[in-house]
Design a protein around this ligand. Sequence first.
Ligand SMILES: Nc1ncnc2c1ncn2[C@@H]1O[C@H](COP(=O)(O)OP(=O)(O)OP(=O)(O)O)[C@@H](O)[C@H]1O
Length: 253
Amino acid sequence: MIRFENISKRFGKLEVLKDINIAFNKGQSIAIVGPNGSGKTTLIKILLGMVIPNSGKLFFNEIWINKDHKYRGDIGYMPQISQYPPNLKISQLLEMMTDIRTNSGWSGTPDDDLLKAFDIANIQNKTMSSLSGGTRQKVGAALAFRFNPNVLILDEPTAGLDPASCEILKEKIQKERAKGKLIIITSHIMADLEELTDHVLYIQDAHIQFFEKTDNLRSKYKEDKLGKIIANLMKNKGEIKTPKLKTTENITL
Ligand SMILES: Nc1ncnc2c1ncn2[C@@H]1O[C@H](COP(=O)(O)OP(=O)(O)OP(=O)(O)O)[C@@H](O)[C@H]1O
């Protein structure tokens, strides 16, 4: 569904991503993890056409994305920090986004699940600049899911949300995941990734260190907690110290 082919990105002298080759497919729920500054958001922004790579190609449904950004209509994006016009009321923002989507060919019934669950109707006359960080996150989440996209990209989705709102959002992610959508999440909250994802893409030192099913990781490293596996990886700069074998396993006959 989405394929990166030899993608590299530098910011000045800083090489953030080098020769990235990876494919993401429908039905996968992928955690993108790596230390701070390892290029997770950059990878997502390249996917969204918000950052232009220095080299390499991006494919969406096997079509090379050159300059035509229509594919973005099929992606719902919840940014880490939402930037919206400050004087716009929530109701106006929703209307504006619906108009933009409709004008670019979207038709359908907007998905109001999150608007309802977060009770956004109650605050729809507030301007974006007057909202708390968490409430802005809720509006961002509601917008990401609103146009029934086949791909959901969620950058630190639960950071800043209160526990009840966190649960609402996680339930919604699971609901869309069950429909076979492609879900891509970056987060430092391992418990969330444990719950919401089935694949881990680990980035460090500008390279993909691995892309694995979470179940494979658990059995490979004989550890149930994804958080422990990832923490161990970060401490050891991308390499997991192989767990010591139990005595019985050391015996060769
Ligand atoms: N527009 C930019 N101009 C210059 N440097 C940038 C720009 N965007 C990102 N960087 C740098 O690229 C590196 C990767 O940043 P990125 O935001 O992709 O990391 P991240 O893995 O998402 O980090 P975090 O876990 O802290 O959110 C960082 O060193 C960052 O400072």
